[in-house]
Write a protein of this length. Structure first.
Length: 261
């Protein structure tokens, strides 16, 4: 476990896959609000160090917990350490995710890519959420506990060059509804964010083609989404201001999903 030292006590937030991209930007957005971060990722490298330094630079405290979310055997220790790092956990952000092994014709999609996508994007988050929820239900109720699942516009929009990714994100959408229903009585809100085209390493392989499609009006707001666009929405949803809402989906996509004629 790597630790950066700080001084204050905010909420404690566990973000999976947070050493770069949307997860990192979300961690920074929480740090700016004075919250403490548990940064999870599958690799602890220079990028992870940069994320921890970035959190510290914003006045936040952070622990790095290395774990592969797809490895269910790692969850017990991950959850235990997340809860003990700052004396409890208030927010879980299921962000870690991968894309297809290779974009291309879905008639060529492999069982290996399908299984890996499901393991990382759906099975892992489902059981991690279960572990966190069980722990919360064992503890005394606390205000503003919440879960945010980072799904995708592909939970709704079909991309036949990455069918298995779409299917995994449809699963995340149902997972949001299921946990929202199950946890409502305990006062735990569950939200889903469906990002559109966001400028991260995940979309680097299609940077040039999306550049063109965005300029041509792919989304009514003609620009790339930035990881910070998503991070700010995660912080807003978990702020406690949406007290009579749960199971909601927020699109962070520049209007991409508005049906047009
Ligand atoms: P990213 O830049 O590739 O970052 C994802 C992070 O998650 C990486 O650090 C990655 O580590 C980590 N990760 C992958 N598998 C993991 C595992 N099994 N356990 C723990 N960490 C793991 O991707 P991103 O664009 O920020 O995406 C974040 C989330 O947003 C994903 O769920 C993605 O599906 C979703 N999303 C992204 C976009 C977009 O346009 N970028 C759009 C819609 C939805 P490695 O480097 O080792 O892989």
């Amino acid at each position: 476990m790597t630790t950066t030292n700080g001084r204050k006590k905010g909420r404690c937030v566990l973000i999976t896959g947070a050493r770069r991209g949307i997860g990192r930007a979300t961690a920074y957005a929480f740090a700016e609000k004075g919250d403490d971060l548990i940064v999870n990722d599958v690799i602890e490298d220079e990028a992870a160090r940069e994320t921890l330094d970035g959190i510290a630079a914003r006045g936040g405290r952070a622990h790095f917990l290395k774990a592969d979310i797809a490895d269910l055997a790692s969850h017990e220790e991950l959850v235990e350490r997340a809860f003990s790092a700052f004396g409890g956990l208030d927010v879980l952000v299921n962000n870690a995710g991968i894309s297809v092994a290779r974009r291309g014709d879905m008639l060529e999609a492999t069982p290996e890519s399908f299984d890996r996508l499901m393991a990382v994007n759906l099975r892992g988050p489902f059981f991690l959420t279960q572990a966190v929820a069980r722990r919360w239900l064992r503890e005394a109720p606390a205000p503003a506990r919440s879960i945010v699942n980072i799904a995708s516009a592909n939970a709704h929009m079909a991309s036949i060059d990455r069918a298995e990714y779409c299917l995994s994100k449809v699963g995340v959408a149902m997972m949001t509804k299921l946990y929202a229903l199950r946890l409502a009585e305990a006062g735990i809100a569950v939200f889903e964010i469906r990002p559109g085209v966001i400028r991260t390493d995940m979309t680097a392989v299609v940077r040039a083609s999306y550049e063109k499609r965005i300029a041509e009006g792919l989304s009514p707001v003609r620009r790339w989404g930035e990881p910070e666009d998503v991070g700010r929405v995660v912080v807003a949803l978990t702020s406690g201001e949406f007290q009579f809402s749960t199971g909601e989906v927020v699109h962070v996509d520049g209007g991409l999903q508005i049906a047009r004629l």
